[in-house]
Design a protein around this ligand. Structure first.
Ligand code: C2E
Ligand code: CA
Ligand code: CA
Length: 560
């Protein structure tokens, strides 16, 4: 294709060579002129041999003329053919530069151009223009688990289904990877009809797709943004990019809302995106300024009431934003690629803090799904353990159940690699995700942590009026089922979110387990933990010795 495109400028030159046709025409005129003189001479000489022979010079000129005409004509025919071929090549090159080769949809560049054309046409048509951004859900997993061939088949079939539903004046584009889009002028601005169309689109794509690897299922998340005719346009390209960005924000919102759906853009999404960007900047600055600190939540053996360890939880006291919850900053740090450095810094500090605890106490850390995809994670943890001289068997790595949605084989390999370090691995937030019985059996978890949302409900039902007793029984059943599942698989259990004595009592009746929650106190900083452990006589020997030594005399230090 590149050669054809490079040849294109020569097309003009070829067209200019039509001059050749002019030369041939001149030759014809000359032929007529010379022929008019020579031919009668030839004819006379033939009929009457005594007549003077034709002038040799003129005959030669005539023959040369004939040769020139033939040559000129042939050249002209060749040129026409060449021009035709080049025109075809130009058309094909243009087509290829606008089309995605796999799906035949418009490509990103052409989609932007079409959108600009549609926006420009609005001045005449007075019709709104919608841009619909579409992203396949979990396409990476489909590719990883079934291979790129099956991935291509899925993309192709999705594009067919999208094209089949495209409105008559709409354009379907593939913006890259697993991202598609529609550009469509709207007959009327009735959101209802567009919504019906979007419902049909998501439903159509969600039907199973037959591939070489069998039937695969994929869903899409879509975002819709509309430019109305009464909205000003100063710069066409800017307006197109803005509309695309807005549809993109709406699409991300659809993902966040649970995928397999569409969302309309609204202005709050722009504000949210701005906040997220500001938050990213603040996280970077906070990391440099050391604003993140580890806090520790007690973990208790419910039977004996003994303290058995702590879970490290990140805390952020931002200079600009004040206290920010990890539920807010962890997902942002995950998105902007800062979770790795943030988590490593916190773990390093936690391992150092935990060295002053009794060797009987364990340290639990949370590892995010993003970190779990890092093949170097075990090596990084090993380095941290060696660097702080903390025994691996006292470290417990908590992996959220949400991770099991990802590539299971990769998760399994990661768990095995982590366990090879000698650390323990727990399944966090058990009950909220998608762990199947098979996964629980095959993945070598050392512990499951029943999510606090179920445990917390136990109090609600414990305090419920007698007529809600069946409600209580139902909640008991859920926690009971989760506990029994763990017991049946012989995996030890921790219950999170024990907020009061009534929950503790209910849990104690369910069997042996560890527990944690606000009943035992909120997560506290390293100094508060040391104070607590000192009261319980659970500090390490070295920490006890250090504590027993008198503080250096500041006056002495000064004179030294
Ligand atoms: P998680 O791992 O499930 O942590 C337990 C959360 O429950 C903590 O919230 C804790 O403060 C809270 N909690 C503990 N006991 C109770 C209770 O009795 N009642 C109630 N209502 N809540 C209780 P926190 O610290 O806000 O952390 C939220 C989540 O943020 C954590 O959930 C964890 O997923 C994540 N997170 C925290 N620190 C880190 C970290 O360093 N790395 C990663 N990757 N994630 C972290
Ligand atoms: Ca946890
Ligand atoms: Ca949890």
């Amino acid at each position: 294709m590149g050669d054809k495109v490079n040849d294109l400028p020569r097309l003009d030159k070829a067209q200019r060579d039509v001059v050749m046709l002019g030369i041939a025409t001149a030759a014809i005129i000359l032929f007529v002129g010379i022929g008019g003189t020579v031919m009668p001479q030839v004819a006379r000489h033939w009929l009457d041999s005594s007549a003077a022979p034709p002038d040799t010079a003129l005959v030669n000129a005539l023959l040369l003329n004939i040769a020139l005409i033939i040559f000129g004509w042939r050249r002209y025919v060749d040129l026409r053919k060449e021009i035709e071929q080049r025109r075809e090549a130009e058309k094909e090159a243009l087509h290829l530069s606008q089309i995605d080769p796999l799906t035949g949809c418009l490509n990103r560049r052409c989609a932007t151009e079409r959108l600009m054309e549609a926006l420009a046409a609005m001045a005449d048509t007075h019709r709104a223009v919608a841009f619909v951004m579409i992203d396949l859900d979990g396409f990476k997993e489909i590719n990883d688990q079934n291979g790129h061939q099956a991935g291509d088949e899925v993309l192709l079939e999705v594009s067919r289904r999208l094209k089949a539903i495209a409105p008559s004046e709409g354009h379907c584009a593939r913006l890259g990877g697993d991202e598609f889009a529609f550009i469509m002028p709207l007959e009327n601005e009735d959101p209802h009809s567009l919504e019906l169309w979007a419902c049909e689109m998501t439903g159509n794509v969600a039907r199973p797709i037959q591939t070489e690897m069998g039937a695969l299922e994929v869903t899409i998340s879509a975002g819709i943004a509309v430019h109305r005719p009464d909205q000003r346009i100063d710069n066409l390209e800017g307006a197109a990019r803005k509309l695309m960005h807005r549809a993109d924000l709406a699409m991300y919102h659809a993902k966040k809302e649970g995928r397999n759906r569409f969302c309309w853009f609204d202005l709050s999404m722009e504000a949210e995106a701005r906040l997220r960007r500001e938050m990213e900047v603040a996280i970077r600055a906070g990391l440099e300024r050391g604003e993140f600190t580890p806090h520790y939540e007690q973990q208790i053996d419910l039977e004996t009431g003994r303290l058995v360890g702590f879970e490290m939880l990140a805390r952020w006291n931002s200079a600009e934003l004040g206290e920010v919850s990890p539920d807010i900053f962890i997902p942002i740090a995950e998105n902007c690629g800062l979770i790795g450095p943030l988590s490593e810094m916190l773990i390093r500090r936690a391992l150092i803090d935990a060295r002053s605890w009794s060797p009987s106490l364990t340290l639990s850390i949370n590892i995010s799904p993003v970190q779990l995809r890092d093949p170097w994670l075990p090596q990084k943890l090993l380095k941290l353990l060696l660097g702080s001289d903390f025994p691996a068997n006292r470290l417990d790595v908590e992996i959220s159940e949400a991770c099991l949605q990802e590539n299971l084989a990769a998760v399994q390999t990661m768990i095995v690699s982590l366990k090879n370090l000698g650390v323990r691995v727990s399944l966090d937030d058990f009950g909220t995700g998608f762990a199947t019985l098979t996964q629980l059996r095959t993945l070598p978890f050392d512990r499951v942590k029943i999510d606090r949302s179920f445990v917390g409900e136990l109090r609600r039902v414990a305090q419920a009026s007698p007529d809600l007793i069946s409600d209580r029984a139902q909640q008991d059943h859920i926690v009971n089922a989760l506990v029994s599942l763990g017991q049946g698989l012989q995996i030890p259990i921790t219950a999170e979110g024990i907020e009061d004595a009534s929950i503790l009592e209910t849990l104690r009746g369910m069997g042996e387990m560890k527990g944690q929650g606000y009943l035992y106190g909120k997560p506290e900083d390293a100094a508060a933990v040391v104070k607590r452990l000192s009261e319980l006589d659970m500090l390490s020997e070295s920490a006890k010795t250090a504590a027993a030594q008198p503080a250096p005399d500041p006056g002495h230090r000064k004179s030294a």
